[in-house]
Structure formats: structure tokens, C-alpha cells
Design a protein around this ligand. Structure first.
Ligand SMILES: [Zn+2]
Length: 389
């Protein structure tokens, strides 16, 4: 599986001779296309890319990679319903091949100075690595969910509590036992919280969800440490002892989906509010491009259906939504981009700008042009007076 480090490496790759090959393979749904049709389609993509490269007199550099992809056309379908992403530049001895979830918009083959990462980054945005804790006063189970697969990582029973089960001599010290059981439950939740905290310190998981009975939740929540609280999505009602992995996966995934949607919605409202108040918000392609160029952007919001043609100057990095042969900033030759979104995503990845993808069913986001940004500051307001206030 591709990692964030892989993506950063890809984003930083640069081929001045425009020999960077990006190949996306999205398998067809079994019913609507035959294997043969699909391999013909891949070969067509290769042929077109070769023709384009020849036109620009650059086929020499990309040819070995395109031939290799062409040879793969027959076998791609045999890899099952997995989508594939290949990034190659034979001139630099660079070849990276990844299996990705089959959610790419289409198969595509592109040749440029940079790799085209927008489809890949969008697919990965939906992939989260999260942790689910199920607990009651005596038991705790920890699950990890990655890529829609759930696995149980830990199942432990509080040994202390088992000893505390007896109510003593004819219930004589029942009150004492109850107090002791409460204390033991607290110790149990503390131990669980310590374990969870280590989990998040190791940095594998993005989110924490807790499944428990409602009356237990405040006791668990009270013991959680800072990392776990920061990553916490919330709790859902489930019986920790009898819950099956499938039930846990369904409930946790649904809760996380709703949580993400709420967060994205709040972010859109914040950006729109800030933009209208002349504050830390930029909406629409023109304004976002300017904010990216002056380094104002903290978080980029990009519609998964965003697409717009544009140009990019690989000399100074300037991007423009208007087609022109030469760069408006440095005068060097511009490169046409089928989708300026690719240039924007690459820029964001290289500059550690957080990218948030917005699903294609958000009317309000559609209205503002499917692209927006939350800014760290506004360059035009960075006067001493503003800074002081
Ligand atoms: Zn330029």
C-alpha cells in the first residue's frame, strides 16, 4: 500500500526533459467491458502518449517506460479488480508501481515534467487507518481498521476484577467490595488508556472510536490521555463482549464517515465566512492560485470533481488558468495542463499543505467553483498594524 512518504517522493520528482510517465489503470466493471477491450484501451493510451512525445521530440526518454506499460496491457486484468498506479522515468532509473483501491476516475497515461498525483491523492484521502476500542469494566478489545479491513489487535480481561467478584461473607462487606470494584474498574480503564496512548504515539492510527455501553462512556473518557482525546471521534453503543468484527467495522465506519462529512462541512462554512469577511479564506480558482503563489495557504479544499485546463511554467512554478504560450511572471515557455488540479495538488504536496477532498454532492462547494483554501495569513494585510492587532 502506498504511504504518505511515497506520495511526497513522487511529488518532489522532477524530469526537466518531460520524461516523467504517469499511468493509472482503473479496471472495468466485469459486465461492461471485455478483457480484450481493456487491453486495447491501454495500448491506445500508450500509442497516443508516444505520438505526443514524438511531436515534442521527446520520445527517446519515455519510450522504454511506455513499452514496458504496453507489455503489461495483457496481464493487467489478471491482477483482479485492483487498480494500479505506475510512476516511471527510465532516464533516472525510476519505476514505482502501486496497487490502489479501484476508485480512480479513469485509466490514463500522461507524460510531463512532474507526475500527475491528483487522482492518487484523492483515492488515498478516503483511506484511513483507525483504531476502535471496545471496553466494559472488565474487558477491553482493540481493533484496527485499514482500507476497510478489520483486525483484532488485543483482547484483555482485567484480572483484578475477576478476583473481586465474590461479595464476601454473607454480603457483610458488600459496600467495601463495591468500592473496591469501582477502584479496580478505574485501574482497568487507566491501563487501557495507557495502552491506547502508546498506540497513538507510535503514529499508526489517524482516529480513535470507542464502542461501549452508554453508562460506561464517561468512565472511559475520563481516563483517556491527550493524544487519544485529540484523535477521538466519539463513542457508539455496542456490547463489547458479544460484538462481532463485522458489526464493529460497520458501526465504526459509519460513524467515521458522518464525522468526516461534518468536519468537511464545517471547514467549507469557515472558509466561505472568512472569504466574505475579507479574512483567512480564498474561494474560486483564480483566488486560490494567487494564494498558493504567495504562500498563504494552510489547507486546500478540492472538489473530487474539480477539473479545469490551465498552464504551468516549470521554470518558476507559476500556474495560470488562462492559456498562454509564455509565463506571465518569468516569460519562459508554459506547459499546457489538461487539468490544472494536478499542478495544484503537486504544489500542495511539495509544500506540506493539507489537502481536503470534498465529495461531488456538495451544492454549496460547487457554487464557489469546487476549489477553496483556508489561509494561514493574508499577504495583502500583513501590515505592522494588522500584525499588532
Ligand atoms: Zn515562469
Amino acid at each position: 500500500m502506498i504511504t504518505r512518504d511515497d506520495i511526497r517522493e513522487l511529488a518532489n520528482f522532477h524530469s526537466p526533459e518531460a520524461c516523467a510517465v504517469t499511468f493509472y489503470y482503473q479496471p472495468p466493471t466485469p459486465l461492461n467491458k471485455s478483457h480484450r477491450e481493456e487491453s486495447i484501451r491501454v495500448k491506445d493510451l500508450v500509442r497516443n502518449a508516444l505520438r505526443e512525445a514524438e511531436k515534442k521530440g521527446k520520445n527517446g526518454g519515455a519510450r522504454p517506460d511506455l513499452d514496458r506499460i504496453n507489455a503489461m496491457a495483457e496481464t493487467l486484468r489478471a491482477t483482479g479488480q485492483k487498480a494500479k498506479a505506475i510512476f516511471a522515468c527510465s532516464k533516472e532509473g525510476f519505476w514505482r508501481e502501486f496497487d490502489v483501491p479501484a476508485q480512480l476516475p479513469k485509466s490514463n497515461l500522461l507524460l510531463n515534467q512532474r507526475f500527475h498525483l491528483k487522482p492518487l491523492a484523492a483515492v488515498l484521502d478516503g483511506v484511513q487507518h483507525f483504531c476502535v476500542l471496545l471496553a466494559d469494566r472488565a474487558k477491553a478489545r482493540i481493533f484496527e481498521i485499514v482500507n476497510g479491513e478489520i483486525s483484532e489487535k488485543l483482547d484483555f480481561v482485567n484480572g483484578l476484577t475477576r478476583r473481586g467478584k465474590s461479595a464476601g461473607w454473607q454480603g457483610y462487606d458488600a459496600g467495601h467490595v463495591e468500592r473496591r470494584q469501582t477502584n479496580e474498574a478505574i485501574q482497568h480503564f487507566k491501563a487501557v488508556a495507557d495502552y491506547i496512548e502508546q498506540y497513538f504515539e507510535r503514529g499508526h492510527c489517524d482516529r480513535l472510536l470507542v464502542g461501549c455501553h452508554d453508562d460506561i462512556w464517561p468512565e472511559i473518557h475520563q481516563q483517556l490521555h491527550s493524544n487519544a482525546k485529540q484523535k477521538l471521534v466519539g463513542h457508539f453503543r455496542i456490547d463489547p463482549k458479544s460484538a462481532t468484527a463485522e458489526q464493529i467495522k460497520q458501526m465504526a465506519s459509519e460513524m467515521l464517515r458522518e464525522f468526516n462529512a461534518r468536519q468537511k462541512d464545517a471547514l467549507i462554512q469557515e472558509v466561505i465566512g472568512e472569504a466574505h469577511g475579507n479574512g483567512r479564506g480564498a474561494i474560486g480558482l483564480r483566488r486560490v492560485l494567487r494564494s498558493l503563489e504567495v504562500g498563504e495557504v494552510q489547507t486546500l479544499l478540492l472538489g473530487s470533481n474539480f477539473q479545469a485546463p490551465g498552464v504551468k511554467c516549470y521554470h518558476c512554478g507559476h500556474m495560470d488558468m488562462h492559456s498562454a504560450p509564455n509565463c506571465a511572471v518569468c516569460g519562459k515557455e508554459n506547459t499546457e495542463l489538461e487539468d490544472i488540479g494536478d499542478g495544484i495538488v503537486g504544489h500542495a504536496l511539495r509544500n506540506n499543505i493539507e489537502i481536503v477532498y470534498i465529495g461531488d454532492d456538495h451544492d454549496e462547494f460547487d457554487k464557489i467553483g469546487r476549489i477553496a483554501a483556508l489561509l494561514r495569513f493574508r499577504a495583502d494585510q500583513n501590515t505592522p498594524m494588522k500584525v499588532a492587532s
